[in-house]
Design a protein around this ligand. Structure first.
Ligand SMILES: Cc1ncc(COP(=O)(O)O)c(C=O)c1O
Length: 351
């Protein structure tokens, strides 16, 4: 792989004690072109502006996929990329839905390994902080008709990050929107593609104006079954049953969701992937059997939900405090990520 290093690192200009999320970017980026029916060879170059034609089709029709994973600086000084194979699997799933050429696992891993090795010093040392990794592919044909592009660019950029939510692991407040949906069966819901996020911006802005952290999405047909939250999957602990909505094509198959299911099963918790309606949650709350609600996602890991607003009803969960299962999962997952706890499932890829 060709590596062209920057002659001047920007690392000294960054305050690693107070990082936000996705605000600063490491010194280098990876780039690779697809043309004539195959991927070329990757190159690592200094992070910077890229030149594109204003007519490239991804700018107009959104033929783009992306991923979001993290690397952690472990106690022993290694860098741990958490579950990269699983993110690769999902990226290819998104590629298939968006008619984008897939990437082999070998190419994906090589790119990650080389880029993170070059920018190793950008992985924050502080507990709770990490190096966020953003691989993405966009269509580059310069053509204004709606069709599948014949050329693409794959890139990876990385960003040292702190907490995603300013609340940290404190409970978030959610609202179910009345007039919007995120996805419907047969649509793009299960793909990690910009259109899904664009659709959520306006509802999320309106939710924020009302004092809520995020939107709790209900299904697009009956507006009854819970799907996911903003950029997280969701779990409910009702009567000792840990419930999460099934992957039926409308929600993103979260890697943290999968991690949570594995751990909960290992702990002999009764985990079920099934439909859960907002009415069931309301009823459980009234009966006092709704013990915990939490979101799962790469950015926030585990994010307890303290409150849900649905129509005129307001549900307060666990008196707005973190539940013990949420805390246990957070401690276990971050413990594995930082190399402090045993990696029984072989989730860690060490550099
Ligand atoms: C819409 C959506 N749902 C769920 C998730 C959680 O997925 P993961 O745990 O892989 O980060 C994300 C974040 O990637 C997301 O953007």
């Amino acid at each position: 792989m060709e590596i062209i290093k920057t002659y001047r690192s920007r690392r000294d200009q960054v305050n690693f004690e107070s990082l936000g999320f996705g605000e600063v970017f490491s010194d280098h980026m990876l780039t690779m072109e697809y043309k004539d029916g195959r991927w070329g060879s990757p190159q690592i170059v200094p992070y910077g502006k890229i030149e594109i034609y204003p007519s490239i089709c991804s700018l107009h029709y959104g033929q783009i996929v992306f991923e979001g994973l993290k690397a952690f600086y472990t106690q022993k000084g290694a860098i741990n990329i958490f579950r990269p194979e699983k993110y690769h699997e999902r990226m290819n799933l998104s590629c298939r839905r968006l008619c984008i050429p897939e990437l082999s696992l070998a190419l994906f891993m090589e790119g990650l390994k080389e880029l993170i090795t070059v920018d190793k010093e950008w992985a924050p040392r502080k507990r709770g902080y990490s190096l966020y990794i953003r691989p993405f592919i966009f269509a580059t044909d310069s053509f204004l008709g709606v069709k599948v592009s014949e050329t693409y660019r794959y890139m990876i950029i990385t960003s040292p990050v702190g907490a995603y939510y300013k609340e940290g692991i404190n409970p978030v407040k959610l609202i179910t929107p009345v007039e919007y949906i995120r996805a419907a069966k047969g649509g793009l819901g299960a793909a990690k593609t910009p259109a899904n996020y664009a659709a959520t911006l306006l509802p999320a802005e309106e939710a924020k104006k009302k004092g809520f952290t995020q939107v709790l999405w209900l299904d697009g047909v009956e507006r009854k079954y819970i799907e996911e939250v903003g950029t997280m999957n969701i779990f409910f602990l009702i009567n000792e049953e840990l419930i999460t909505p099934p992957l039926e094509g409308t929600i993103l198959g979260g890697v943290t969701r999968d991690t949570t299911i594995h751990l909960a099963k290992e702990w002999k918790i009764n985990v079920t992937e099934r439909r859960v309606s907002i009415d069931e949650v309301l009823l459980a709350s009234k009966k006092g059997s709704l013990a915990e609600v939490f979101g799962t996602g790469t950015a926030a890991v585990i994010s307890p939900v303290g409150e849900i607003q649905y129509g005129g009803e307001r549900i307060i969960i666990n008196k707005g405090r973190i539940g013990s299962l949420s805390q246990r999962l957070y401690d276990e997952i971050t413990g594995i990520q930082y190399g402090e706890r045993p990696d029984n499932f072989r989730w860690c890829y060490l550099i």
